[in-house]
Design a protein around this ligand. Structure first.
Ligand SMILES: [Zn+2]
Length: 316
């Protein structure tokens, strides 16, 4: 156990150093078969946030490219666009956002054509995405101005031009040539705007923040919905999974089980605290304590989760 903890913290240290080096030169991981992923660093959206903390991916077909999440600023979006240009001259046909969170969407602006005569990609997201973006526009603009400084300029909000409905039949298939991407819009889980993407050619599943690897899972949606969603994702026929944050894995079942274990623990600990009459403040210090050493950014993320979940469970 001791050994495990030491190696885990070593891994954490190495992981950080490694990721930071990668962020500076905007490294892209080539997964083969036309799939590429840029990994942001594991930082909270707070002091030190620079817009590059999530996975931003692209899939290359014979007709063009689909981008899945664009990072948190136009700077990150531009870096992603340049990385795509190094891989292929084909046009970007689709820009997909897996959900509304600012670290995933503010690079969208980089994919608007500089010349209005140029073809514009379709922006794709959950049926609730456009409205949720609008509701948060001011709040996110303030957040970006405070944390991103100059990079906030030009990082305008670009809303979806195509939306995916929950239980849409037939499902939305984006044809990029030689492969299609199937988009599913989900009920409230991580947020109210969660979309996952499956590539037909490789059976690669892009979960957005329905799956966190390494860093503590967070939610602002619904914990029971999230746990149900994980159960559903476990039935996937994916060969590999690109999470919203963390490394790409073929052993995604283990990753989903880890996430589910965290949320189940959190849920039962919060329920027990409420039953015992413990305040939310004290629950923040105790809930899911057994998970503490298993995740990065645990303190801040876990407290935030309690803050979201406790009031929602208080009257169940
Ligand atoms: Zn998120």
């Amino acid at each position: 156990m001791r050994f495990l903890m030491i190696s885990l913290s070593l891994l954490v240290l190495m992981g950080c150093a490694h990721n930071q080096a990668k962020a500076e030169n905007f490294a892209i991981e080539n997964l083969g078969d036309g799939i590429y992923v840029h990994h942001g660093v594991h930082l909270d959206i707070d002091e030190g946030y620079h817009g590059d903390i999530c996975n931003a991916s692209f899939v290359v077909g014979s007709k063009g490219v689909a981008v899945i999440d664009t990072g948190g600023s136009i700077k990150v979006g531009n870096q992603l666009r340049e990385a795509i240009r190094k891989v292929t001259p084909l046009p970007v046909l689709y820009v997909i956002n897996t959900h509304v969170h600012p670290d995933h969407i503010y690079g969208n602006a980089a994919f608007l054509p500089s010349n209005p005569k140029e073809a514009k990609p379709e922006f794709v997201g959950h049926e609730k995405l456009a409205n949720t973006m609008e509701l948060r526009k001011e709040q996110y603009a303030k957040l970006n101005a405070r944390l991103l400084g100059d990079d906030a300029k030009g990082s305008e909000l670009v809303k979806p031009t195509i939306s995916v409905k929950i239980n849409q039949v037939p499902s939305l298939n984006l044809d990029i040539g030689g492969r299609t991407l199937t988009l599913l819009a989900h009920p409230v889980a991580h947020t109210n705007t969660d979309v996952s993407v499956m590539d037909s050619k490789t059976s690669t599943l892009f979960t957005g923040d329905l799956l966190f690897i390494e860093r503590t899972p967070v939610l602002e949606g619904d914990i029971k919905g999230f746990i149900n969603m994980i159960e559903q994702l476990k039935t996937s026929h994916a060969t590999q999974v690109v999470p919203g944050h963390g490394y790409v894995t073929k052993d995604w079942l283990t990753a989903l089980n880890n996430e589910q274990r965290y949320f189940n623990t959190l849920l039962s600990d919060i329920r027990a605290s409420i039953k015992k009459g413990e305040s939310m403040e004290s629950t923040m210090n105790t809930a899911a304590a057994t998970e503490k050493d298993k995740w990065l950014l645990f303190e801040v993320a876990n407290r935030r989760n309690v803050n979201t979940i406790y009031p929602a469970l208080e009257w169940e």
